[in-house]
Design a protein around this ligand. Sequence first.
Ligand SMILES: C[S@@+](CC[C@H](N)C(=O)[O-])C[C@H]1O[C@@H](n2cnc3c(N)ncnc32)[C@H](O)[C@@H]1O
Length: 284
Amino acid sequence: MTTKTVSTLIAGVTAQLRAVGIEDPAINARLLIREAFGWSATDQLANLLESAPIDQLPLLESLVERRINREPLSYITGKTEFFKRQFSVDKRVLIPRPESEQLVIQAINYVRKYGIEHPRIADVGTGSGAIAISIALEMPSAEVFATDISPEALKVASMNADQLGAEVGFIQGNLLGSLQGKFDIIVSNPPYIQSHKIKSLEPEIGREPLIALDGGTDGTKVIVPLLKEIQKMLKPSYSAAYVEIDPPIADIVLKTAKARFSYAEVSLLTDLLGLVRSVSIENN
Ligand SMILES: C[S@@+](CC[C@H](N)C(=O)[O-])C[C@H]1O[C@@H](n2cnc3c(N)ncnc32)[C@H](O)[C@@H]1O
């Protein structure tokens, strides 16, 4: 193997990734190189004009091959960022997305707005635990529970809670069925993709657990029963639920939520691009 400088290597890996249609190939190339060489961003910059460490090149080649086969970058590096913190992820869990940070912000804002001192909060379908753990770390006075139907996902979530020093009660079960008592706040990013659309999404998404994605024929297979359970488990006043959705199911979810929570303020919340991202149910 010939010795190349790190910057030449970055250019070469970028070209390989671009050729197979990977989005943001230059960023992917830099991150794969950092992973293979055990470098920080600063190490990489400092070494741009140096020779690449030859011993690590076989590992780099295998990581690039995995990426070319459309394994998500976060599964290859084993980590992702969510709400300022780093979470471990692997194929047992959905990779948390930045848009789900909105659920954390909504929960925090509601608790602060109404001065709820020791809120009981539940996160349904916690996956890697990113939402529940972020809430627990931002609001240490909260009692936070998180459920998932997948025992494998809960192992990842518990590991993240330990690594980040968060106290969250993780319980395996269907929706809210395994939890007791009433809650001030319930948040959830449930599976909501319409089944027939899953195959046409980016190949990387197909590597994530189907149970984390598949919302059934019309996308509401999990959300409709979830809304029913939320109604039973929310405290009667000064309580709120925030459920992530996507634009194709916004109308049906809004209609269902308005019918079920006729006494509450029900609305759709959008993201910075103006796309519907969640349904908000506030019980004041
Ligand atoms: C879209 S992922 C969200 C994961 C995580 N909350 C996040 O935002 O990154 C949905 C999660 O819901 C879980 N799930 C699916 N059906 C469920 C059910 N009936 N009850 C509880 N959890 C469920 C899946 O295992 C998956 O972890």
